[in-house]
Design a protein around this ligand. Structure first.
Ligand SMILES: NC(=O)c1ccc[n+]([C@@H]2O[C@H](COP(=O)([O-])OP(=O)(O)OC[C@H]3O[C@@H](n4cnc5c(N)ncnc54)[C@H](O)[C@@H]3O)[C@@H](O)[C@H]2O)c1
Length: 338
C-alpha cells in the first residue's frame, strides 16, 4: 500500500485545473509537463513549481522514482501510449476521457491496466458533478420509483476550438464530448443493449462528419433513453438531463445552481405540480473530488470503479451510435474487449 502520493501532471490546459487542485490540497507535485514551453512556464510559475520539476517531454517523467502517480490530460490520441508507458513503469495512472478513440487503443489500455500492479482510472468527470451525484442518490433511494426513461445531452459549441487533434474523424463529437452524456446514463441505468441514431451536419464545415446526433438507446430492465449531442450548438454549454421514474421525475444539468424533483402527492397517484427545488454547487469539472477518489483507490488499495473497462464500454456505446447514424441501422454495442 502507498503511504504518500507524489503526482505528475501531463498536459496543462484542462490539466491546469487538476494541478491547481493538487496544489490547493497540498498534494506533492513531483513533476509537470507540457510540450508548449510557454504553457509550462505559466502554470509552473502560477503554482510555484520548481524549475527542476518542469518538463516538455513526458518520457522524462518515467524516470522520476519518487513520482508514484500521473494524471494524463493530453489529447485523446496520446492516451494509449502514455498509459501503457506509465503503467509499465509501475506508476498509478488517471487518464482523461474519452479513454481512447479506436478499438485497438481501447483493447491495449485495458490489457496494460489488467497487467499492471498499479491502479488505472479513467476521468469521466460527470460522475463527480454535484447535480448528477445527487440524482444518483435520489434514484438509489427509490424516491422516483422504478426508472423507465433517461435522457441526457452534450450541447457544447466547438466552433472556435475545432482545430488540431479535435478534427480527427475518430474524434467524432459523440465520442469526444458526447461520451460524457453516454457515460452518465450508463452510470445511472446500465450498459445500453442497442442504439439507433440520426446525424446532421450544418454547423462545423471544417470537419467531414456530423456535428449533431440524436440517438435512442435500449437499456437493461426495460429502461429506454435518448442522447443528443451537438458540438456546434448556438447556446451556452449544458448537459440537461431528465430521469423519469414510476413515482417521480428529476430534471438537472451540470451548469445550474439547482435541480428539480417531482414526486407524487402523498396518498395519491398524481404528481405534485410544484417541484422540490434542490440547491446544488455548480462544479462541472469537479477534478478535486475525482482526484480524491483516485487517491483513495491507491491509498486503500480498493478496486477502481471507473476502470479502463468502464471507460472502454462508454466509448463502445459512442462507436455504436456513430455507426448507426452512418448505416441507418440499429447497432448493438460490442463490450467484448481483448
Ligand atoms: N473532463 C472534461 O470535462 C474534459 C474537458 C476538456 C478536455 N478533456 C480531455 O482532456 C484532454 C486534454 O484536453 P484539452 O482540452 O486540455 O486539450 P488542449 O489541446 O486544449 O490542451 C492540451 C494540452 O496538452 C499539451 N500537450 C499536447 N500534447 C502533449 C504531449 N504529447 N506531451 C505533453 N503535453 C502535451 C498541449 O500543449 C496543451 O497545453 C483530452 O483527452 C480531452 O478529451 C476533458
Amino acid at each position: 500500500m502507498e503511504k504518500k502520493l507524489s503526482v505528475g501532471v501531463i498536459g496543462l490546459w484542462m490539466g491546469r485545473h487538476h494541478l491547481k487542485g493538487l496544489v490547493d490540497k497540498n498534494i506533492e507535485v513531483a513533476a509537470i509537463c507540457d510540450i508548449n514551453p510557454e504553457t509550462l512556464k505559466k502554470e509552473g510559475d502560477l503554482n510555484n513549481i520548481q524549475e527542476e520539476k518542469r518538463f516538455t517531454d513526458w518520457h522524462d517523467l518515467l524516470k522520476i522514482k519518487e513520482m508514484n502517480a500521473v494524471l494524463i490530460i493530453t489529447p485523446d490520441q496520446t492516451h494509449r501510449e502514455m498509459s501503457e508507458a506509465f503503467l509499465a513503469a509501475g506508476k498509478h495512472v488517471m487518464c482523461e476521457k474519452p479513454l481512447a478513440l479506436s478499438r485497438e487503443d481501447l483493447d491495449a489500455i485495458i490489457a496494460a491496466a489488467n497487467k499492471a500492479d498499479t491502479k488505472f482510472m479513467v476521468g469521466q468527470i460527470c460522475r463527480f458533478t454535484p447535480a448528477f451525484r445527487k440524482a444518483k442518490e435520489i434514484i438509489d433511494a427509490g424516491t422516483i420509483g422504478d426508472v423507465y426513461f433517461v435522457e441526457s445531452e452534450y450541447a457544447h459549441d466547438y466552433a472556435k476550438i475545432m482545430h488540431g487533434w479535435r478534427r480527427d474523424p475518430l474524434r467524432h463529437g459523440v465520442v469526444g464530448g458526447g461520451c460524457h452524456a453516454v457515460d452518465l446514463l450508463r452510470w445511472l441505468v446500465g450498459d445500453p443493449e442497442e442504439v439507433f441514431a440520426y446525424g446532421s451536419h450544418k454547423l462545423l464545415p471544417m470537419v467531414d462528419y456530423d456535428d449533431a446526433t440524436i440517438s435512442v438507446l435500449k437499456f437493461p430492465n426495460g429502461v429506454i433513453g435518448k442522447v443528443f449531442v451537438s458540438t456546434g450548438c448556438k447556446r451556452p454549454y449544458t448537459m440537461r438531463t431528465l430521469i423519469y421514474g414510476t413515482k417521480g421525475t428529476i430534471i438537472c444539468d451540470n451548469t445550474s445552481d439547482h435541480m428539480e424533483l417531482y414526486t407524487l402527492i402523498e396518498g395519491d397517484i398524481s404528481v405534485n405540480e410544484t417541484p422540490e427545488i434542490i440547491p446544488v454547487d455548480i462544479n462541472n469539472h469537479n477534478v478535486v473530488h475525482e482526484f480524491e477518489v483516485f487517491a483513495g483507490h491507491i491509498l486503500n488499495d480498493t478496486p477502481v470503479a471507473m476502470s479502463a473497462l468502464e471507460g472502454a464500454k462508454t466509448v463502445a456505446t459512442c462507436h455504436a451510435i456513430v455507426e448507426s447514424a452512418k448505416t441507418g441501422k440499429p447497432v448493438k454495442p460490442n463490450y467484448n474487449f481483448g
